[in-house]
Write a protein that binds this ligand. Structure first.
Ligand SMILES: [Zn+2]
Length: 397
């Protein structure tokens, strides 16, 4: 274990903000998205064709070289118009997707990576390119051949961050354009001394902590989800492909984006509070086995829906991921309790473990000692015991 005071260092932090492109930049960024997708799919085809023919793998540099030849062929002039680094990055991403698949590194949702498949047009475009850090300024950013694009928010992106080259990723969601840049950041460790703090993702709350602090699901999220159900019903009534259908579909896309934003903000607030502000020495979470919780036998449809949404929602993986890196940033230790530990089934007062305790039951009642408690509060308290056991078994990370 290192002394927390020594933990300060440089990390790479993503800063994402909205662009305010003019008509020309908007069209050109769209062309970059198309070219990046084309290069990605081209590289995927090349690699698999080559493998089928020869049983050999094309290396990344082979692919990049071949693509430079391909771009100059007749009919591919539009690829020459876009910034080279955007198509190069797309080919590198395809290469990385292969490597991640074969090395079995889990994806952002904690599930195993799937074999790379072609990128499709629908669902918003994106591209990535390296830029010079001096091309990030307080109110504008220069993106290769696209040139300078205005930023909606001033002074958010770290201008001229000191690193020479930085990665910029541009993406489009519901007709809005965003850029994300990776810049060095220097998080400061905060005072410690609060002992263990367990964070348990709740069924009806975002999370419940062992010190009793609950992070509620934002009201705005519930409201947006209700509205989403209404809109989905509306879409089903419309004639597919018609004007009204398109209009409703656009509304749904916007709402999906809004839901993702609300949830992201709430999750970030919660994990920062736990890892930075709580002053805990160690942040304790349980490593969940998501695949093992796929089914529920809840009695009514609406409860079933709540539970299934909860399980399908990758948010608890995201919570864990954020708690881990933020603990690291702010100088707390981080400990994972193994999935086998019965956090929900165990009584936090007497240690009795129930045989069954389905997800849809809200109140934990112990037959042995009579404890009556909210299920998630009880689970969070149990994780403290899980942490001591993990330490005894030498599982500290
Ligand atoms: Zn008990």
């Amino acid at each position: 274990m290192t002394d927390s005071a020594c933990k300060q260092r440089t990390i790479l932090k993503g800063y994402k903000t909205e662009l305010r492109p003019n008509k020309r930049a908007r069209a050109f960024m769209g062309q970059h998205c198309g070219a990046a997708r084309h290069a990605y799919n081209w590289a995927l085809r090349m690699r698999s064709d080559y493998y089928k023919r020869t049983g050999q793998t094309l290396s990344l540099s082979d692919l990049q070289r071949e693509f430079r030849v391909y771009k100059k062929q007749a009919g591919n002039g539009w690829l020459l118009e876009v910034t080279d680094r955007a198509t190069e990055a797309a080919i590198r991403h395809l290469h990385d997707a292969y490597v991640q698949f074969w090395t079995k590194i889990p994806g952002p949702n904690g599930q195993p990576r799937r074999f790379p498949k072609p990128r499709r047009r629908r669902g918003g475009g994106r591209f990535t390119l390296m830029i010079l850090s001096r091309h990030v300024q307080r109110d504008r950013i220069r993106l290769g051949k696209i040139g300078w694009v205005r930023l909606k928010q001033r002074d958010y992106l770290p201008a001229d961050c000191g690193k020479k080259n930085i990665t910029a990723s541009v993406s489009e969601v519901a007709n809005r354009w965003f850029v994300s840049v990776l810049c060095p950041a220097y998080p400061k460790p905060t005072p410690r001394g609060g002992g263990d703090l367990a964070v348990h993702p709740g069924v009806r709350n975002l999370s419940v902590r062992s010190d009793g602090v609950k992070a509620a699901n934002p009201k705005a999220l519930e409201k947006a989800q209700r509205r989403l159900r209404t809109l989905n019903r509306e879409l089903a009534r419309r004639k597919r492909g018609g004007q009204n259908w398109k209009r409703t579909r656009q509304k749904i896309r916007k709402l999906h984006y809004r839901i993702a934003c609300i949830r992201r903000n709430a999750t970030h607030e919660m994990t920062t509070a736990a890892a930075r502000d709580s002053g805990a020495d160690t942040v304790v979470v349980q490593k969940w086995d998501v695949a093992g919780m796929a089914h529920t036998s809840a009695p009514t449809r609406s409860v079933r829906r709540t539970i299934n949404r909860y399980i399908a929602d990758a948010n608890f993986y995201e919570q864990r991921r954020q708690l881990q890196y933020k603990s690291d940033w702010y100088g707390a230790d981080y400990l994972e309790v193994p999935p086998a530990f019965p956090a929900s089934k165990r009584c936090s007062a007497c240690g009795q473990v129930k045989k069954e305790f389905p997800l849809w039951k809200n109140d934990y009642r112990c037959e042995e000692c009579g404890l009556a408690m909210d299920r998630d509060e009880n689970a969070a308290l149990n994780l403290l015991e899980g942490a001591s056991r993990a330490r005894l078994e030498g599982g500290e990370t």
